[in-house]
Design a protein around this ligand. Structure first.
Ligand code: SF4
Length: 330
């Protein structure tokens, strides 16, 4: 999502007359798009932003900004801690960056803007044309509040874009040469759920995401559709039928498991059991033998025992497992 936000902001700045450069030394404006998912990501960003002091000493007119989850999380505290920063802009105010930069160039007044919004700004639909694979943000935020995750606090509550606006964006991309679309949402299978709950149309058979997949599947010239990240709780039969039947939806799904222990899943507030997870995988596999799955598993979660640790492997017995470990057991 940060990559997508960076591209959308670059398009907004370019529409305002900016040109990009490969060198920090040449830049008049440097914006750091930050992540709060791990402490190390924050420490790296703080170190790198602090390093801008040297460039600014040689070039006092340089404008330095911080956007993204860390900006949302700390707000004006970052302005106090990092005097080199001219602005801090949260996850829902990125569309305002061009205006904020102009204001800073005029007044040299430092600012922090971190209000969360109720809608997804249409200004953020810009892309650099010609990429074979393009990312399209379809919803933002998350209402799940998993106990280990900062997303609902830094990206706010779930909100989804209307299907026609997304299809228009996909059509523009395909006309410019794109063949594969990666649909993005923090909790993408809950696409449209918050809005349906508000207007009273939400039922357990509801899957606006299945409707969205069907609408994107109909775009002529598009070859492949992928999406990330789904949550098992919202993967109902309508969704499963769509991913099985729509020919452009790639038959390779990333479905975060997080733990095979129901006790740990409950502590994580994941709202499904290991058996429900496996049931969902089994339903997608029915009639679709070529399907592949990837997953995430958190190990070393507080209070996890040796027995809990081994449960994902026991729970997945009968399924082929090829593990690619990207972390070490805490
Ligand atoms: S569903 Fe995903 S984004 Fe939402 S709180 Fe849980 S881990 Fe975070």
């Amino acid at each position: 999502m940060n990559e997508r936000d960076s591209e959308a902001l670059a398009c907004l700045l370019e529409a305002d007359g900016a040109v990009s450069t490969d060198s920090e030394e040449d830049a008049d404006l440097i914006v750091f798009n930050t992540c709060s998912v791990r402490d190390q990501a924050e420490r790296k960003a703080i170190g790198k932003i602090g390093f801008m002091k040297k460039i600014k000493a040689r070039k006092p007119g340089l404008v330095v900004g911080c956007i993204g989850c860390m900006a949302q999380n700390y707000g004006d505290k970052l302005l106090k801690d990092l005097p080199v920063l001219d602005f801090v802009v949260g996850t829902d105010q990125i569309h305002r960056v061009p205006e904020i930069v102009k204001d800073i160039l005029r007044t040299r007044r430092r600012t922090a803007e971190t209000q969360l919004d109720k809608i997804i700004r249409p200004e953020l639909d810009g892309h650099h044309p010609g990429a074979v694979v393009a990312e399209v943000a379809v919803m933002r935020g998350c209402d799940q509040f998993c106990s280990y995750c900062i997303v609902p606090h830094t990206r706010g509550r779930e909100k989804s874009r209307p299907i026609p606006a997304i299809v228009e964006e996909v059509k523009r991309l395909v006309d410019a040469g794109t063949r594969e679309i990666l649909l993005l949402g923090q909790n993408i299978t809950a696409y449209g759920v918050a809005e349906a709950r508000q207007d009273g149309t939400y039922t357990k058979d509801f899957s606006a995401f299945a409707d969205l997949l069907a609408a994107v599947n109909d775009v002529p010239g598009l070859a492949r559709i992928r999406f990330t990240s789904p949550h098992v709780h919202f993967m109902n039969d309508k969704f499963i039928q769509a991913v099985r039947d729509l020919p452009k939806v790639c038959k390779c799904f990333h479905v975060p498991l997080q733990s095979g222990s129901d006790r740990i899943l409950k502590l994580m507030r994941r709202s499904y059991t290991a058996a429900e997870y496996l049931d969902c995988i089994r339903k997608i596999r029915e009639g679709l033998p070529e399907v592949n799955f990837t997953t995430d598993v958190i190990v070393g979660f507080p209070t996890e025992t040796e027995e809990d640790f081994h449960l994902p492997l026991f729970a997945a017995r009968g399924h082929e497992i090829r593990a690619g470990l990207s972390g070490r057991r805490a």
